[in-house]
Design a protein around this ligand. Structure first.
Ligand code: T5A
Length: 220
């Protein structure tokens, strides 16, 4: 049986990486094979492109070219890591995916929606997420968390506050547009509370089916 594909999205410092690890641990306890990965990156080829993207090397080429490099990285990642894992029945949890492109390059970068959707069709094929968590935090909270890590800011973290405010709004719009796939999570709470809310949604949306399918049939 094909595995499930879960993605985490949101602004900078929303706590995605933290929650990816926690969710994977919980699923593994239930005996599910889980592959955790991230974008941009996640495969050797895509990780090489990640460096170019996050160091700002591609930025001077403009938003459309940047979108194409994100797409090239995704193409490699989907075909070498995500799709093979799903096909063998593993669950894949990915830190950022198509909604980041829709939001960063589309809503904020003003890249034509038709270009974004066309690249999406080519790169992801059948690998549409079954469930997407959008972690929502006030901008100042997210940026303070990033700052608290004491690392240098990357190409997107160093954008101004107005950019991050618009980013938050654009991610909220993603949830409104596709409520059957996306769940908005208040990620300003303590990490344990966020984990509990995410687990509830996974149980309700993905694990219920699995339990029903694997439960022995009652004798008739
Ligand atoms: N991008 C990506 C695009 O423009 N287009 C695309 O198509 C794609 C795929 C990737 C960048 O690329 C852009 C978007 C991004 O700008 P990245 O380095 O991978 O950049 O960084 P982000 O994905 O932005 O992730 P961050 O590492 O900045 O933050 P996370 O993963 O959201 O947060 P996390 O878990 O590392 O937590 C940050 C800090 O907060 C603490 C953690 O311990 C950590 O110190 N924390 C909490 N503290 C208090 N309460 C909680 N609930 C907390 N949860 C975590």
């Amino acid at each position: 049986m094909r595995g499930k594909f879960i993605t985490f999205e949101g602004g900078e410092g929303a706590g995605k990486s933290t929650q990816v690890t926690r969710l994977a641990d919980r699923l593994r306890v239930r005996g599910i094979e889980v592959v955790t990965t991230r974008e941009p990156g996640g495969s050797p080829g895509a990780e090489a492109m990640r460096m170019l993207l996050l160091e700002g090397v591609v930025k001077p080429l403009g938003p459309t070219a940047e979108t194409m490099i994100f797409a090239a990285a995704r193409d490699d990642h989907v075909h070498t890591v995500i799709e093979p894992a799903l096909a063998r029945g593993a669950w894949v949890i990915c830190d950022r995916f198509i909604d980041s492109t829709r939001v960063y390059q589309g809503a904020l970068g003003n890249v034509d929606r038709r270009i974004i959707r066309a690249l999406e069709r080519v790169t992801i094929a059948d690998a549409m997420p079954n469930l997407t968590f959008v972690l929502d935090v006030p901008v100042e909270v997210g940026l303070a968390r990033v700052k608290g890590r004491g690392e240098a800011s990357d190409r997107f973290e160093s954008e101004d506050t107005e950019f991050h405010i618009q980013l938050r709004e654009a991610f909220r719009d993603v949830v409104q547009a596709e409520p059957e796939r996306c769940v908005l999570i208040d990620a300003s709470q303590q990490a344990d509370a966020v984990t509990a809310r995410i687990w509830l949604a996974v149980t309700e949306r993905l694990l219920k089916d699995r339990v029903a399918r694997t439960a022995p049939r009652a004798a008739s």
